[in-house]
Ligand binder design. Structure first.
Ligand code: SAM
Length: 373
């Protein structure tokens, strides 16, 4: 397997991970180097159609792999000339102010096209058609960068978005009345009736839950989703670990872990700093140590969770009422671990799509097997 030169020192980690898990890319390991692109673009296609029908000349979808970049450039250029670009056509590209949460605000536009396509493609490929009149919730949807694109592309569906951050929800509600925004708590219950939803999307939420928070929310979400409905969630799996090793992607400064006391519980930092074979400079040492420990845990237990030490560690839940990080941190799991974890719940895996969102996270599409009342 080729490894970028500066990551050659991590090759033993990659070999250990690959030996322990087939769930890297398509199982052949090579896909770690490929960037997946949405195959059909079910959301983008409809966004372009809707704009085109209003006389707006959009970049063509073909070639499909470069569409997101070309569409973002088109929007950025348009915004430069006119801050209200596309707003009259119903696509509001305005970002939340800097103090309000949004991932990837660096793009400069309120868009999340690839992820919207990936999520809907995964649902459709797992047998869940986006038929008119469905009620679908974006759980942990923040200010709504994904759900707002979904609502524009698939307006025949009633879209809902919840998040524990009241500030994010207030901005979403005010800026995007086409989506039903509401506040959820960090812990169940969710203020929804039994069987009131057809499906739920949860992007980059199970990447942070502890096993017990995951269990509580799986039970609660199976209550509010009708029998046979779906939950499509994204997770860090072996593919994501491999990308961290091979590309340093994402590239968090793992040395920050040293400043996170709770991350350091259970001897983690001792184990990291005491490894004799780690590179000598401090940053490299911590980085290697963290990845080494991650590979060991994911290979041994199929799971890794470490809570964030403070609310500032990642600002997502800073504004939530009584926010607490005991069950919110950094989470990785394998498909095998998740299958066992799901056994006591009504959820079963209907589709597993490796390395999709952000070119890193796996998408699990779960079917609610609870009995009709
Ligand atoms: C990494 S962000 C992802 C946001 C959004 N889904 C996206 O992809 O842009 C995680 C989100 O989960 C929310 N969150 C935190 N704790 C949660 C909980 N217990 N239940 C639901 N969402 C939660 C955070 O407020 C934040 O908006």
């Amino acid at each position: 397997m080729p490894v970028r030169a500066e990551f050659e020192k991590y090759r033993p980690l990659l070999n250990r991970l690959t030996a322990a898990s087939a769930d890297i890319g398509a199982g052949d390991g090579q896909r770690v180097w490929n960037i997946y692109v949405p195959a059909r673009r079910p959301v983008s296609q409809r966004i372009v159609d809707r704009l085109t029908n209003q006389g707006i000349a959009c970049p063509p979808l073909d070639p499909i792999d470069t569409f997101q970049a070309r569409f973002y450039n088109f929007c950025r250029a348009g915004l430069k000339a006119d801050p209200g670009f596309l707003a009259a056509a119903g696509l509001d590209l305005k970002l939340p102010p800097p103090n309000i949460h949004m991932i990837s605000r660096g793009s400069g536009v309120f868009l999340d096209i690839n992820n919207a396509d990936f999520l809907i493609e995964a649902c459709e490929d797992s047998g869940f058609a986006m038929t008119p009149g469905l009620d679908i919730l974006d759980f942990g949807g923040s200010t709504g960068r994904t759900v707002c694109n979904l609502a524009y592309g698939l307006p025949q569906i009633r879209w809902h978005c919840c998040d524990p951050s009241p500030v994010s929800i207030a901005w979403g509600r005010e800026s995007h009345p086409e989506v039903n925004f509401f506040i959820s708590n960090q812990n169940p219950p969710l203020e929804r009736d039994d069987d009131s939803l057809d499906g739920i999307l949860a992007k980059s939420v199970w990447t942070h839950f502890s096993p017990s928070a995951s269990r509580l929310w799986l039970a609660e979400l199976s209550r509010v989703v009708r029998p046979g409905g779906f939950l499509a969630l994204t997770a860090h799996g072996p593919h994501d670990v491999a990308r961290r090793i091979v590309y340093g992607n994402p590239s968090p400064d793992y040395s920050l872990l040293a400043k996170a006391p709770r991350m350091g519980k259970r001897g983690l930092l001792d184990r990291i700093f005491n490894r004799p074979e780690t590179p000598s400079d401090k940053r490299g040492k911590v980085e290697y140590g963290f990845l080494d420990m991650l590979v060991a845990e994911v290979s041994r237990a199929g799971h890794f969770f470490s809570p964030y030490s403070t609310l500032e560690w990642q600002g997502d839940i800073r504004d939530a009422e009584n926010a607490d990080t005991s069950h919110w941190g950094l989470t990785f799991f394998t498909q095998q671990w998740f299958k066992t974890h799901l056994e006591p719940t009504p959820w079963r895996i209907a589709g597993y799509h490796i390395g999709r969102t952000g070119h890193r996270q796996d998408i699990y599409v779960l079917r609610n097997g609870k009995l009709e009342r």
